[in-house]
Design a binder for this molecule. Sequence first.
Ligand SMILES: Cc1cc2nc3c(=O)[nH]c(=O)nc-3n(C[C@H](O)[C@H](O)[C@H](O)COP(=O)(O)OP(=O)(O)OC[C@H]3O[C@@H](n4cnc5c(N)ncnc54)[C@H](O)[C@@H]3O)c2cc1C
Length: 390
Amino acid sequence: MREHFDVIVIGGGIIGLSCAYYLTQEGKKTLLLEKGELGEGASTSCDDMIFLQSKKPGIMLTSALESLRMYEKLVADLPVDLEFESRGGMVLIESEAQLSHMQEFVRKQQALGLEVELLEQREVRKRNPLISSHVLASTYSSKDSQVNPLQVMRGFVKESTTQGLIIKRKSPVTSLESSGPFHWKVNTAGGDTYESEFVINAAGAWAPQIAALTDIKLPIRPKRGQIAVTEAIPALGKTNFWSADYIVMKLSPDFAKERDPLLNSLGIGLSMSQAQSGNYFLGGTREYVGFDKVVTRTALRLILKEAVRFFPALEKTHIIRTFSGFRPAPDDGKPFMGSVPSQPGLFIAAGHEGDGIALAPLTGYALTQMILNKPLSYDLTELSPARLGL
Ligand SMILES: Cc1cc2nc3c(=O)[nH]c(=O)nc-3n(C[C@H](O)[C@H](O)[C@H](O)COP(=O)(O)OP(=O)(O)OC[C@H]3O[C@@H](n4cnc5c(N)ncnc54)[C@H](O)[C@@H]3O)c2cc1C
């Protein structure tokens, strides 16, 4: 007889594991299928930021604020140290044009409840003398936080397996069939077949391949991000940092004309976060190159040049590691969280692009509530796969 589960989760990244965690907390008999090793996708090839200031005012910011509150609870509930810290963040502004865009952005963020302020040049220098003197102003939010994604995944695995989660590694899903509402059959490359009432597609940048198994065209593409990791060094300040130019460019595409075309072609916007080990993650690119994982010299040279431009003290710092990962990037910039109306029992939790670490708790919790048919205290309709007309 085939093994039967309440829910089968496809994909062992931070999103699939978060879904599995909240489902098992509710007593759901859950199976997680991963094609290789847990975390072999984007969730271990990324930064560590729960960076609220980069979120577009609207559903992305309100969801990130909610998810941050959930992280604060997970710190107590998960049996590992998540390395969670609310260190705060600064977005560094270099020109009057950037400043006027950021003033508007900050006003909208404040209206949605984010504690964020603008600092003038003198205040920036006072708070952090290591920031280059050409920086004109900065934003500051004490709410910007960080977490170690590996530790979060370890915590989810440890707690969920204690609650009965079954994990099958090296089990790529190859077909998905429905023999009626809430009756799914999932086959893996190894020839195993499992049955369930619900299936969650949490396969990150590979989610379109899973969706295609039930004839769904899911508009998510891999967006490569390249990162350089420094040796462990003393902190360059109390906060983590972003340059304003990439945020401004997203708000006002015309601004791209003011930037180096090479930075634009690689989608580079500087982000800098320091892990508890003392290593800085310097990022990153945003490139549509399919599933090509190569790290390029051009991109690294530019990222490092940007980092030194903002922090001249980094000039002599060594880079000890580089890597790249694939953000699951949806065409309309919004992740998919919810059911596929035409295929009862099928859910999608994918397309989190550069926000999957920040949004993982909210996604797992929300998907679980939806499967239990319980109401949520916030409206995620905007993120429903129903927007594809499925
Ligand atoms: C360079 C970079 C920096 C980033 N920085 C941040 C940040 O600071 N903050 C933030 O919030 N987010 C950040 N992100 C985004 C974040 O990493 C992703 O949004 C998140 O990891 C996506 O998680 P996921 O579980 O959806 O996908 P993944 O982690 O990619 O997991 C999907 C899993 O599905 C598995 N899978 C695929 N096909 C199958 C199949 N057929 N059968 C079974 N399993 C399958 C894969 O092997 C993989 O393990 C960054 C991303 C990158 C690349």
